[in-house]
Design a binder for this molecule. Structure first.
Ligand code: GLC
Ligand code: CA
Length: 556
């Protein structure tokens, strides 16, 4: 049986602005990434996903692209990029770029031309529509707040944007737009990158009736995301990308696909789906009770575990998911998925054990491998992220006190993941010799790569061990290609599953006590310990006694 080249790989996401600054301007850059390639290779990751490095006004930190064929000078030059591609290849690593084609920047020449001449060629690159009764064409609310429609000066025409008003949506109904994008995608693939992460890709197809949605906010607006599930005809667009670009290059593609029904993941990520794989966000949004962060219910272990089980079972043997605990839009996992005070070495490595050995591709976000925590944001002004600002005001509008609104934002903010990478205990955590664009987390003297390496129980060493276990020829058949089966579902505070062999009849049990105190599990089969974050198993009379947040990997 032959497997696609990317299936046994592990991926690492770099947020370039905050990874490593080489020239002291306070902004991470491509030469900075180059200087850390050996570090990444040593960790055991082989697919590197770079968040956008294209020229951008940075309204949404690079997710607003003004030139698809360039590198923003703050990140370096195209030569730097070529060197990075080459140097990654030399280490058997694969570069994956961020493809942001639902929208571009309002500074992109296409949009500038559209504003100048609304009837001309570029007017049709965007969605321009007449307003209604002196207001926008409908009641859709943008992802970062406000209407999805912004008026063009001196007319009754509005342009459509799913995200910020500086991110006008491209009109994928227009074949010329699709041709432009496919040409650009092939240009990058021909350069030697190995694939793309597809940003906000589910938004590509609009509900062209443009009718009002059911209000879900006191102002009568409806979240734009609510208008997506109806759009079943996205396949034509995605298949064109696949047919003309991804397939001929044997590219790796991972879709950021939010809010599709579970029964559609096959269509997106099955063997003849649009993408190689898609992120599983199911467990990240457990507790969500409305469009706003302040509506989240408190963390519920069982619901969270069951969401993971459900995704895994739903994916079955046909869809190969990409499993994440963190990314640049999520809080840090020790702060988010562990109860307060439980962000210990055991808690953090338990999370790693559970997620790195699921069926699928593990994605690690920069700093996750040393257990970086949520940032410290003393006041609302300390947030950079435009969605956090909007969420803060939404919480105030809903009647929360400023203190309570801050607590919500500190828990959920995307900025938690965007503080600079902590390399050393030195000035600015060794991220820059200048002044960092975004303050370093005040905990950097305790949490950094150097300090972690000096500890007898290093989080990074544990990540390394898991990653090499997954690749070990003795276990690859089970841990990469094998099946998934929940285990000990009835036990309280236990998160456990089997990985099963394709044919061998061998099984691996991933077992974690996700709580304080002790847990006690019946275990009579003989086993071999493949990993254990507590350094010792207590087994008596056919029962395994697990310490707080003890995670073990046992071959049965
Ligand atoms: C994706 C990105 C996010 C960005 C948004 C708009 O969700 O991950 O960071 O703000 O798309 O491009
Ligand atoms: Ca720099």
């Amino acid at each position: 049986m032959t497997h696609p080249w990317w299936q046994n790989k592990a991926a690492y996401q770099i947020y370039p602005k905050s990874f490593c600054d080489s020239n002291g301007d306070g902004i991470g850059d491509i030469p900075g990434i180059l200087s850390k390639l050996d570090y990444l290779q040593d960790l055991g990751v082989d697919i590197l996903w770079l968040s956008p490095v294209y020229p951008s006004p940075m309204v949404d930190q690079g997710y607003d692209i003004s030139d698809y064929y360039g590198i923003d000078p703050c990140f370096g030059t195209m030569e730097d990029m070529d060197t990075l591609i080459r140097e990654a290849k030399r280490r058997n690593m694969h570069l994956v770029m961020d493809l942001v084609v639902n929208h571009c920047s309002d500074q992109h020449p296409w949009f500038q031309a559209a504003v100048q001449n609304r009837e001309g060629k570029y007017g049709h690159y965007f969605y321009l529509k007449e307003g209604r009764n002196g207001g926008p064409p409908n009641n859709w609310r943008a992802e970062f707040g406000g209407s999805c429609w912004t008026p063009l000066p001196g007319s009754n025409l509005y342009y459509f944007h799913t995200f910020a008003k500086e991110q006008p949506d491209l009109n994928w109904e227009n074949p010329e737009v699709r041709r432009e994008i496919c040409g650009m995608v092939n240009w990058w693939l021909d350069k030697g990158i190995s694939g793309f992460r597809l940003d906000a890709i589910i938004n590509l197809k609009k509900d062209l009736s443009w009718r009002d949605g059911p209000a879900d906010s006191p102002d009568g607006t409806c979240a734009v995301s609510k208008m997506l599930p109806q759009t079943t005809k996205i396949g034509a667009f995605l298949n064109q990308l696949k047919r003309e670009c991804f397939f001929p290059h044997d590219a790796f593609t991972v879709g950021e696909v939010f809010s599709i029904a579970q029964d559609r993941i096959f269509e997106f990520g099955g063997p003849s789906g649009y993408f190689s794989t898609l992120f599983d966000f199911g467990h990240c949004t457990v507790g969500r009770a409305g469009p706003y962060w302040h509506q989240y219910k408190s963390f519920d272990f069982q619901a969270w575990r069951d969401a993971v089980f459900q995704s895994q079972q739903n994916a079955g043997d046909h869809v190969f998911l990409s499993n994440i605990l963190e990314n640049h839009d999520q809080p840090r996992c020790p702060s988010f998925f562990l109860p307060e005070g439980d962000d210990s070495y055991e808690g953090i490595t338990a999370l790693a054990t559970l997620f790195l050995l699921l069926r699928g591709i593990p994605f690690i976000y920069q700093g996750q491998e040393i257990g970086m925590r949520n940032g410290a944001f003393p006041t609302a002004d300390d947030f950079e992220d435009l969605s956090t600002r909007e969420q803060y005001h939404a919480a105030l509008r809903a009647g929360l006190t400023p203190q309570a609104a801050m607590a919500v934002c500190r828990r959920h903010s995307r900025d938690n993941a965007r503080t600079p990478m902590q390399w050393t205990g030195g000035k600015h955590a060794g991220f820059t010799s200048g002044v960092p664009w975004f303050p370093v987390n005040p905990n950097y003297q305790e949490i950094n790569v150097e300090a972690d390496a000096a500890r007898s129980r290093s989080v990074r060493e544990y990540y390394k061990r898991l990653l090499s276990l997954r690749k070990d020829p003795a276990w690859e058949n089970i841990l990469v290609y094998g099946g998934f089966q929940p285990a000990f579902c009835e036990e309280e505070n236990i998160f456990a599953y089997y990985r099963t062999g394709e044919s061998s009849g061998k099984r691996v049990l991933v077992l974690c006590h996700y709580g304080r105190g002790m847990a006690d599990i019946p275990l009579t089969d003989p086993f071999l310990v493949l990993a254990d974050n507590c350094g010792g198993l207590d087994i008596q009379a056919g029962r395994l006694r697990l310490k707080a947040y003890q995670a073990v990997v046992l071959a049965l």
